[in-house]
Write a protein that binds this ligand. Structure first.
Ligand SMILES: C[S@@+](CC[C@H](N)C(=O)[O-])C[C@H]1O[C@@H](n2cnc3c(N)ncnc32)[C@H](O)[C@@H]1O
Length: 336
C-alpha cells in the first residue's frame, strides 16, 4: 500500500491506528511477561556481575537445543532491562516478580486478554517445548482448540475479515459470475469466519454455497456443531480429502497461509481448485516490527511465522497470479 492510500485509509478509520498500536503494544507486553516468567527461576541466582553466566553455560545446564530461540528470548529480556550482558555473559539487573504475568494482565486491553491470555498455559508449555525442540502439538490438542475458538472470535480478526470482503468488492464481483456461486473457506478453524462470510453473502442476496475445510478436525467440530450449526455449510477434513479441481468461484483464507510449510505449493493447489476467473482472497498479515511479538507467539505455537512482504508476493507471483495487498489490514485478493 502506498503512503498516500495508507493515510487516506487512516482518515477513513480515525480510531484504527490507535487500536492497532494499542493491540500490538499489549501483545508485546504479554509476551515479554511470559518470557521473563519462563527464565525467572533460572536467572534469579545470577543477581550480580560476579554471578554472571555465559549463554553456553545456561544452554548446557538447561538442556536447550534450540539456540536461536534461546538467543531471541534473551534479547527480549535485555531489551526489557531485566538482564545486562557483556558479550555472552549475562546477569540479572532487576528482579523478575513471581506475579509478573498477573500484574501484566491487569494492564492489558480487553482484546488482548481475549486473544492471548486464554493461551497462557499453552504458551508457557510452548516456550519450554520449543527450547528443547520438542515436536509441535497438534493445532487442536487438549485445551488448544477451545483457546483458538475464543481467540478467533476476537474483534480484530473480524475487522480484518470484513475488510477482506470489502477489498474484494464482493458485492459487485458476484454479480459478474454465474449463480449459484461456490465459495471455499480454506483453514476455516472453528467457523467464526465461515459464519461471517455466510452472513455477508446472504446480505448481498445472491445464490451461493459455502464449503469449508481444515486439517484440524477438533476445530471443525466446533464450527459444525456449534458456531454455524444452523447454517447450510458443507465441512470436510483435509485429512480425508483435498478440495476438488475447477470447482470454486472464490477461495477465502483468513490467517491460514503462514501455518503451511510450502505456501507457494498451496497457492498452486488453490489455483487448480478455482473455476476460470475465480479468485483467492482473505487475510494474511506480513511481518513488521509492530507485530513481532505476535509473530513470536504464533511461531511458538507452530506457525511458520508471518511472511515478509517479498515472500508473500512471491507465493502468488510464482504462480502467475496478480496480487492486490493492503498492509494496514493484512488483506489480499489474487486473480488468475
Ligand atoms: C489462525 S487460524 C484461522 C482460522 C480461520 N480461518 C479464522 O479466520 O477464524 C489458522 C487455521 O489454519 C489451520 N491450518 C493449520 N495448518 C493447516 C494446513 N496445513 N492446512 C489447512 N489448514 C491449516 C488451523 O487448523 C487453523 O484453523
Amino acid at each position: 500500500m502506498g503512503k498516500l492510500s495508507l493515510i487516506a485509509t487512516l482518515f477513513r478509520h480515525p480510531l484504527l491506528l490507535l487500536k492497532l498500536v494499542k493491540l500490538s503494544k499489549s501483545a508485546g507486553m504479554y509476551m515479554d511477561a511470559l518470557v521473563a516468567d519462563h527464565f525467572r527461576k533460572i536467572l534469579s541466582p545470577l543477581d550480580s556481575p560476579e554471578k554472571s553466566k555465559t549463554f553456553k553455560q545456561i544452554i548446557e545446564e538447561q538442556g536447550y537445543s534450540n539456540e536461536p530461540l534461546f538467543e531471541e528470548l534473551i534479547a527480549i529480556l535485555i531489551d526489557n532491562k531485566f538482564i545486562t550482558n557483556l558479550g555472552e555473559k549475562i546477569w540479572l539487573s532487576k528482579p523478575i516478580s513471581k506475579d509478573i504475568i498477573e500484574q501484566t494482565e491487569k494492564k492489558l486491553s480487553p482484546e488482548i486478554v481475549d486473544a492471548f491470555a486464554t493461551f497462557l498455559d499453552s504458551t508457557k508449555k510452548a516456550i519450554s517445548d520449543r527450547l528443547i525442540n520438542k515436536p509441535i502439538d497438534d493445532f487442536d490438542a487438549g485445551e488448544l482448540r477451545i483457546q483458538w475458538n475464543i481467540a478467533l472470535r476476537g474483534e480484530f480478526y473480524r475487522l480484518q475479515r470484513r475488510k477482506a470482503f470489502e477489498l474484494t468488492n464482493l458485492k459487485t464481483w458476484v454479480t459478474k459470475r454465474k449463480p449459484p456461486l461456490t465459495f471455499l473457506d480454506y483453514g476455516c478453524g472453528s467457523g467464526d469466519g465461515t459464519r461471517q462470510l455466510y452472513e455477508y453473502l446472504n446480505k448481498i442476496g445472491i445464490e451461493f454455497n459455502i464449503e469449508a475445510c481444515d486439517v484440524s478436525e477438533g476445530l471443525m467440530e466446533i464450527a459444525e456443531e456449534d458456531e454455524t450449526l444452523e447454517l447450510p455449510i458443507y465441512y470436510f477434513s483435509l485429512k480425508e480429502k483435498n478440495p476438488p479441481e475447477n470447482h470454486y468461484d472464490a477461495i477465502f483464507a483468513s490467517q491460514v497461509i503462514h501455518w503451511i510449510q510450502d505456501p507457494t505449493k498451496l497457492i498452486a493447489d488453490m489455483k487448480s481448485w478455482l473455476k476460470p476467473g475465480g479468485i483467492i482472497f482473505g487475510v494474511q498479515s506480513n511481518i513488521s516490527k509492530r507485530i513481532y511479538k505476535i509473530d513470536l507467539f504464533i511461531r511458538l505455537l507452530g506457525s511458520q511465522g508471518f511472511p515478509t512482504l517479498n515472500n508473500l508476493q512471491s507465493w502468488f507471483k510464482n504462480n502467475d497470479m496478480s496480487l492486490e495487498y493492503q498492509e494496514l489490514f493484512g488483506i489480499f485478493k489474487a486473480t488468475k
